[in-house]
Design a protein around this ligand. Structure first.
Ligand code: PDD
Length: 296
């Protein structure tokens, strides 16, 4: 098993040797934020957008990034090149740091920042993947879901409940409105329009979501960002979910009922093809060696 490396507060070391203090506030209070960035062919996709969201999340809970975004961008790219990372993801976490346990945020504390690479299998070609079976759960999360917080207890409980029931993803329902899923955004196609809940208190501004909305507009697809009732969404012609790690997954059943026509519909297919085209354009032709040369 090759050594897995981690970048921790400016130092690179084997993941198995990395240590975080017991009183790190990320560990004790989930006082932190994170990002998951997909790597294709050793190139991080939409890295700038992920780092912008990290900055917004960190600012929302008043954590200062310990290094500026351009430097962090370079550190990530250097690290990918050094490790010859190919297909996979970067997990990045920023916590407030270590201090004697106290609910009150200490004034003088330095943040803990880390990231590491994890290989992932390539995503299936558009239209080829298996459809997802999704199940509704009550949305019991807080009202600042636009912050990519590491406090994911409602999400992990919902996802685990879904998976142990034989489903692939849990859909949060807030007072009969479909918000998003435990680790993905949800879209439906109704009367030819692409509909998804607006980002904000109950919906994370997904990076995949943003790329898709842009592509939809380029393809001339009508886009509506509005709340959708569960019954309306379940009857939609097409349904799909999006995230960095899965790109687009079409939905075939919802609460055990056939949904979204039980197929990857034409709008979903066109969007996924456009997305994969965007990925190919943005991540092609940068061999690892030139990344090293550029960042050296
Ligand atoms: N999750 N909504 C939630 C609650 C999420 O956790 C995620 C992603 C998304 C999709 O966001 P993006 O397109 O930026 O990945 C929406 C990541 C992948 C995770 O927690 O592993």
């Amino acid at each position: 098993m090759p050594t897995e490396w981690i970048w921790l507060n400016g130092k690179t070391l084997p993941l198995s040797e990395a240590r975080i203090g017991v009183e790190d506030r990320g560990f004790q209070f989930a006082d932190g934020v994170y990002e998951v960035i997909r790597l294709y062919n050793g190139v991080p996709f939409t890295l700038a957008e992920h780092l912008q969201r990290l900055v917004r999340s960190a600012a929302a809970i008043d954590i200062a990034l310990p290094l500026d975004v351009d430097k962090l961008d370079r550190e990530i790219r250097n690290s990918i090149a050094q490790q010859r990372a190919g297909e996979g993801m970067i997990y990045l976490q920023l916590t407030r740091g270590c201090a004697p346990r106290n609910h009150v945020i200490p004034a003088d504390i330095s943040a803990t920042l880390l990231f590491y690479f994890r290989p992932l299998p390539p995503v299936a070609m558009a239209g080829r993947g298996k459809g997802a079976r999704i199940v509704s759960v009550p949305d019991e999360r807080w009202k600042r879901c636009w912050i990519k917080s590491i406090a994911l207890l409602p999400n992990i409980l919902a996802k685990t409940q879904a998976v142990s029931g034989g489903y692939d993803e849990a859909v949060f329902i807030d007072d009969d409105i479909v918000t998003e899923c435990s680790a993905s955004n949800l879209f439906v196609v109704m009367n030819g329009a692409l509909v998804t809940h607006p980002v904000g208190p109950k919906v994370l501004p997904g990076i995949t979501r943003a790329v898709l909305l842009e592509l939809a507009r380029e393809l001339g697809i009508v886009v509506e960002e509005r709340p959708i009732r569960q019954v309306e969404a379940m009857a939609a012609a097409e349904i799909f979910i999006t995230s960095t790690t899965r790109e687009i997954t079409w939905v075939k059943s919802w609460n055990d009922k056939p949904a979204g026509g039980e197929r990857c519909g034409p709008v979903t297919l066109a969007l996924h093809q456009a997305f994969q085209e965007r990925v190919r354009n943005d991540t092609k032709g940068i061999p690892t060696s030139s990344v090293i040369a550029k960042s050296a």
